[in-house]
Structures are given as C-alpha cells and as structure tokens.
Design a protein around this ligand. Structure first.
Ligand SMILES: [Ca+2]
Length: 630
C-alpha cells in the first residue's frame, strides 16, 4: 500500500460538495481563526526563522496595498514563520491558505508551506502545501489541510523555498476551519449489518477525533494503521524503535473493543535506506554475508514490532506486494528478493509466527483480480504452504474503480484460493470515480457516483456469498475528505469511499448497507452553472455566468460563490453586485434579475484581471448548495 496523504486541497467553497439537509448547509461556512493582511503596516506576528529579513512592503500586494517581504535568505529553510499554538485545537481539521510571489527580478523558485511541531523533545516537520512553482510575475496560492493529533509545546507554520536566496512576498494568510455537521445516527451501523467478522478502515491519528472518530467508532469494528506500522515509521534507524503514533491508534482501538490489522512488516517501499546497507555502509550486493545480515534485520525488526503488539494485533500483512506477474517466476525484483531470494518471505513469516502464534499472517497484494497476477500469487502461496511456511491468509487490496473489475472477475479471485483452505481478507478497498489518468472532475458527476454504488453493490454481493472464507473487509480511508487517491496516480479530487467529504452516507454506503436504497441519496441538482471566459487578453478577461434554476420551486433571490484556483481578481460586474475575499468571489443578484422561476436562467457578466493561469473555478455554490456545472 502506498502512503495516505493527510493534506487535502479543498477550498472553503468546494468543501461542501454533495451535502444536503439544513444541518449540513448551516455548517458550510468557514470560520476564520487567523488572518494576516499586513494592511496595518505591522508584521502581525510573523517573524524570521533564521537570519533573513522580514518586513512589511508596499511594492506589491495580493490584497490591499501591503504584503510581507522576506529578503536576505541564505538557507532554504529560512522564511517567514507564525506561531499557531494558541490558535489550533487538537483534532480539528484546519485549512491553511497563503498567497506568495517572488520579489521583482527573482528567477522562478519552488515554495512550500509546512508546520513545525515540538512534543516530548521531538521535532516534526509536516507538509501542508508541497513544492509549488512561483515567479515574480503573479501571486500563487499555497493551501492545504492540517490536523494536530497530539499535544504539542511548540507549533508554527512557515513558508520556505528550494532556492536558498529567493526573496519573496507573502499576503492574505488565512487559518480557518469548516465545522462538520453531526454524523448521521438514523442510518444502520455498517458493522452490524455486514456478515464479516472484522469490518474496518485504514486509520490515521487525525481520524480519531470529533465527528471522524464518532463515524469510525459507529460503523467499523477494525482499524489498520495506515502508515504508522511501516518500517520507516517504526525503525527509522537501526535498533531505534518508535511506536508513539502506532500506540495512539492501538490504544484507541483497544479502548473500544476493535480489532487491529498490522500493516506491514516487509515491503519494497517506505523502508529506510539503512536496511540495505552492508556492514561497511555501502549498498548491499547479493552475497551470502549480506543475505545473512538482511535476514537478521528482518528478524530483529519483526521480533520488536510484532512482539510489542502480540496481544493486540490479530492479523499482520507480513509481506506486501511481492508478486510481479511480468517475471517468469512471478516474484517482484525488489532489493529484498535480489539479496535474499525467497528466504526473505520465509523468514518474515517464520519469525512473525514465533512471536505471535495466534495472529493471522497475511500475504497482501494488489490486482489479485487480474488472472495472471492472481495465478502467480496462488502458485507462491501453494509453494510456501507446502514448505510449511505459516501463510494463513491472502490479502486482496481491491483498489478498483467504477468500471472494473466485474463481479465475475472478483468471484474468480476468491474461488481460486478456496482449495488452499486459506483465510482471505479484503484489505484496502476503494472504488475510484476515475477510469483513466486524464480525467479530473471539479465535482463528482452523479452518474459516476451511481456507477460507484453499483460496483460496490456487485462486489459486496460476491464477498457476502463467500463470507465463510473472508474474515475481514477493510477500506483504505474513512471518508472522501481524505483519500490517498487525491494524489495518486495524479493530483485530482477523488471520491472513492462510502461517506462524502462532509461524512454523509453516499449511495456507496447504501450499496453495502441496503442496496435497495441505492439512488435515494443521489443529489437532486437544484442549479446549473455555465461559466465562460468570453474574451481574454494579456492581463484581463471578460467573463459571463448563467445560472439555471433546475429545481421545481422558484428562487426569490440568489447568492453565488466560487473560488479561483489562480490569481484572478474581479474588477467590475454587471447585473449583480460582488465581493472578493482572497480567491472567493461572492455575487448577489441585482434587483431586476434576483428571482429565477423554475427552469429559467439569469446571467451576469464581469471584468477581471488574471496572471499566471486562468483556470475556470472548480465549483459553484448557489445559496449554500453546490451546483452542477455545464
Ligand atoms: Ca495585504
């Protein structure tokens, strides 16, 4: 499994896609906790991280007439920093947003925004917005989410640059959060209605709080720590074991009587470099000596990690993604394999079984519904079990999409392993709304969400038919507000899970809970927006927007909001009035076009400045309700 990213690039306007009901709508408004505009000619709490100079500047501004200018940098980590400890509450998901621009004459550079946290004498650096190309020609928005998940005694946010010397401006920083509505309690608890012994999600510490924690607790009977038990988290340096984050998840689950899946002991990713260095510190080559050293490291690692949770973790993904059907022998050419051959798998299972004889030991992989891969995995499991290697279960990751695989392919995946008498587990399920890397939807099309529900329904029908052979079903994430698919295989918003970005049950939820109700939560689009750039020139453009009332009731008045992804600024608008706050434009209808009868449309036009790029807004919200765009 790949890493789950905590960061989620959602603006305050886009955060409410597909939520319905008064409670959800009332909670859509973001609450600003901190904002920095520098219009009072002070630093507003910002300081320098190092020896650079931080000062208010009137050379350029994103909003108003002033910005912050950082100059005299000599180190990449030098940059403006703001203390947040007094402003941030544990367990709340915040959005951080700031506009940056290089000082005049600077060569383009990559800037990023991060959080620095100190706790128990340990310093952590957590990314909020990744490296983003910035120039001296226009403002660029850095934005991302952050949740503080443990007590801290120091917490700051800062902006730095890959280019040590670049001087840059910063303006319109906002720290905000959008309160979540209470979770639905009038829907079935999934763990009570599915036939599987364990029904779980991959969890991060941020999911244990507030409404996320309540949703997780209500519907699921098992968790899989998403990244906290991987080798790079538990043994980043040889013999230096670290269990703080894993303990947080394990303790939470134990206190609520939930099962815990361990993920993962041996994988070709997220393994520190030191594991593959020989005794002199050079990269290992395939020698008998190096093989012995590598197997010894596997044994030491597994004894420590599995041993710590011997009484708590009921299943372990002992090895992950070891099959490569393109190889004649079906075995992935990882460093593990190149140095130790199949013995790395044998050793991992043997030691795990010695330490935790009651845990189910799993060989976990993706695309096990592809016949060539499935058959190579079958051959490997057959061989290992014939040798007496304690492989108890096959893990099917099930990272699939709305079009694939079919129920028949999935049934063939399950039935292939039945003769071996092994347990089977669905370990990382999600159903992407995308079927190729070129697609990117500003908001999830209703047809995709319906297809997704039907896919979940068909695949769960197979799992249910073979529930006697499947002890566990786990999703790779809790809700659509945070999924690793937002950045894999490309960056775009995905919606692959059972709950939406506001934690409301989707049709995909009903596909699992009660398929007869699929379609009952499909959004009834009440508005459609046509947004057009009519004319565009070097620094400006002319735009038009048409709003269609597709509901059955008349609209007496309307307020439309959207959020620009680039540095667009509306300067004039007709047939309405407007305000712009950072990227968010809000338009009220003029007296003569504020009423829209059902089925009719009203339009307005505007003039705006742009620089860098002029992408259309990702989403539109009319009177607090997301619209369909056409
Ligand atoms: Ca300003």
């Amino acid at each position: 499994m790949r890493r789950v990213l905590a960061g989620l690039l959602v603006t305050s306007v886009a955060a409410g896609l597909l939520t319905h009901g008064p409670a959800a709508l009332a909670a859509e408004t973001p609450v600003t906790v901190v904002s920095s505009t520098f219009e009072d000619d002070t630093l507003q709490g910002w300081t320098s991280r190092g020896g650079e100079t931080t000062a208010v500047s009137s050379a350029v501004a994103h909003g108003g007439a002033r910005s912050l200018l950082v100059s005299g940098r000599t180190q990449s980590w030098e940059g403006p920093v703001l203390a947040l400890l007094d402003d941030v509450e544990k367990g709340v998901r915040y959005n951080l947003s700031v506009w940056v621009r290089l000082a005049g004459g600077e060569e383009p550079a990559r800037l990023r925004m991060s959080v620095e946290r100190h706790a128990d004498g340990v310093t952590s650096y957590e990314g909020v917005a990744g490296d983003t190309l910035v120039t001296a020609d226009g403002w660029v928005n850095l934005t991302g989410g952050y949740t503080l998940t443990s007590d801290a005694d120091f917490l700051t946010t800062y902006v730095e640059s890959s280019s040590p010397a670049a001087s840059f401006h910063l303006d319109d920083f906002v720290l905000s959060y959008t309160p979540l509505p209470p979770i639905q309690t009038d829907i079935p608890a999934l763990r009570d209605v599915v036939p599987f012994r364990h029904f779980g999600v991959a969890a991060e510490p941020a999911l244990l709080y507030g409404e996320h924690g309540r949703l997780l607790d209500r519907h699921f009977s098992s968790i899989t720590p998403g990244s906290q038990l991987k080798w790079d988290a538990t043994e980043p340096a040889e013999g230096a074991f670290r269990f703080t984050d894993a303990d947080t998840l394990v303790d939470w689950a134990k206190a609520r009587g939930k099962a815990i899946r361990g993920h993962t002991l041996v994988w070709h990713q997220q393994t520190p470099d030191w594991v593959f260095k020989d005794s002199s510190g050079a990269d290992m080559t395939p020698t008998a000596e190096n093989k012995a050293l590598l197997l010894q490291r596997i044994e030491t690692h597994i004894r420590a990690v599995v041993g710590r949770y011997r009484d708590d973790i009921t299943a372990w993904d002992v090895v992950n993604e070891v099959v490569d059907e393109a190889q004649p022998d079906g075995l992935r050419r990882s460093k593990w394999f190149e140095i130790a051959g199949l013995d790395y798998i044998r050793t991992a299972f043997r030691v795990a079984h010695e330490v935790a004889p009651n845990a189910k030991l799993v060989i976990n992989d993706y695309n096990t519904n592809v016949p060539a891969k499935r058959d190579q995995l079958y051959n490997l499991v057959s061989q290992l079990r014939a040798e007496g290697v304690p492989v108890d279960a096959v893990g099917h990751q099930m990272h699939v999409n709305v079009d694939w695989p079919s129920a028949a392919e999935t049934e063939a995946m399950i039935t292939k392993f039945l003769p071996l008498g092994v347990d089977q587990q669905i370990t990382e399920m999600d159903v992407s709304i995308y079927t190729d890397s070129n697609q990117s939807y500003p908001s999830p099309p209703a047809a995709s969400l319906l297809a997704q529900a039907q896919r979940y329904r068909d695949l769960f029908a197979v799992f249910t038919r073979y529930a006697h052979a499947i002890s566990s079903v786990t999703f790779w994430g809790l809700a659509d507000d945070s999924t690793w698919l937002d950045t894999f295989p490309v960056t775009r918003k995905d919606h692959p899970l059972l709950f939406d970005t506001r934690l409301r049950a989707k049709d995909a939820f009903w596909a699992v809970a009660d398929p007869s109700r699929i379609g009952t939560v499909l959004p009834t689009a009440t508005c459609e927006i046509a947004y057009e750039t009519t004319t565009q020139w070097q620094s400006g453009f002319l735009g038009s927007v048409r709003i269609t009332n597709s509901a059955t009731a008349p609209l007496d008045s309307w307020t439309l909001a959207w959020s620009y992804a680039n540095d667009q600024r509306v300067t004039q608008l007709w047939n309405g009035s407007f305000t712009q706050d950072g990227p968010v434009v809000t338009v009220h209808g003029a007296p003569w076009n504020s009423a829209i009868p059902p089925g009719e449309s009203r339009s307005f036009g505007f003039l705006a400045d742009w620089s860098g790029a002029n992408d259309r807004p990702a989403s539109f919200v009319l009177n607090g309700v997301p619209c369909r765009w056409v």
